[in-house]
Write a protein that binds this ligand. Structure first.
Ligand code: NAP
Length: 254
């Protein structure tokens, strides 16, 4: 994984990616570190994975902080940003990647708690550390971004609605962030090959992935999508604050 971002383009910057011990978040934080950023790896459960990744990124010469925090717990979130402030004193890139809601045994409103309330709380807790030129990136799926116009699989619908509610709530912060010189970009992608979410949806709807792959022409894999997320942290903010990744045929614009 090289040259997703120009070498040195994030030298001296500090980036935090939520849910970055594995999957899309882990590849994103790696790309940011490869471009020169010191990074914060946030995880909920996977401390050994976070530490393993941290060791690899330190070998690139980066400073790396790993912080365990359940984002639905405001106290943990507060402590996470206290740790960031103590270690780095500021934040230049915040990637809101962590997501969920298809886990079994959670409260009925868990998806909304994590995908809306916790996202907003993380952004608000991070804002004092963000300054002129900083970037916030919110990661979502086409199935969620377009849920108001394009129905999705019933198993994913509560997650899609909660992620869209989170996106809408975060977008309300754009004017306040812009006043401080902070850019905000939503990155939306189709189903990603090889992820747990895609596997769960495929199990409930056999053939669903192949069908999406056929109508989209191609589905991104984890590292390809993570590269787009990392680029969104560096590229100019789109006029509509939205970076749509890959084909969007089959999704109706509002
Ligand atoms: N999968 C897809 O097909 C797809 C498609 C388009 C967009 N996306 C978006 O890409 C992002 C990442 O998706 P993914 O498939 O990589 O997700 P994932 O495999 O389910 O990973 C989610 C990450 O979020 C963390 N997380 C979950 N609940 C958390 C909580 N309460 N507090 C803190 N961290 C928590 C997990 O940490 P632990 O491992 O420590 O629990 C994990 O690192 C999401 O925003 C998703 O909507 C995914």
């Amino acid at each position: 994984m090289t040259d997703v971002l120009p070498a040195g383009s994030l030298d001296g910057k500090v980036a935090l990616v939520t849910g970055s011990s594995r999957g899309i978040g882990a590849d994103t934080v790696r790309y940011l570190a490869e471009a020169g950023a010191d990074v914060v790896i946030n995880y909920r459960n996977k401390a050994p994975r976070a530490e393993k990744l941290a060791t690899q990124l330190r070998e690139l010469g980066r400073r790396v902080l790993t912080v365990g925090a359940d984002l639905t717990d405001p106290t943990s979130v507060g402590e996470m940003f206290e740790a960031v402030e103590a270690e780095f004193g500021r934040l230049d890139v915040l990637v809101l990647n962590a997501s969920g809601g298809m886990e079994s045994g959670m409260a009925e409103d868990y998806a909304l708690t994590l995908n809306r309330d916790a996202q907003l709380n993380v952004l608000d807790a991070a804002t004092p550390l963000l300054d002129d030129g900083a970037r916030v990136v919110f990661v979502t799926s086409h199935q969620a971004h377009f849920i108001r116009t394009t129905p999705t699989m019933p198993e994913y619908e509560p997650v899609a609605l909660s992620k869209r509610a989170g996106e809408d709530a975060l977008r309300e912060r754009i004017p306040g962030l812009a006043e401080k010189g902070i850019g905000f970009t939503v990155v939306s992608g189709d189903m990603i090959e090889g992820t747990i979410t895609a596997t769960l949806l495929e199990r409930a709807n056999p053939g669903a992935i192949a069908e999406r792959r056929e109508s989209a022409g191609k589905l991104y894999n984890v590292s390809e999508f993570a590269a787009e997320v990392a680029r969104a942290a560096v590229d100019p903010v789109p006029a509509d604050n939205t970076r749509l990744v890959g084909d969007v045929s089959g999704f109706a614009a509002e």
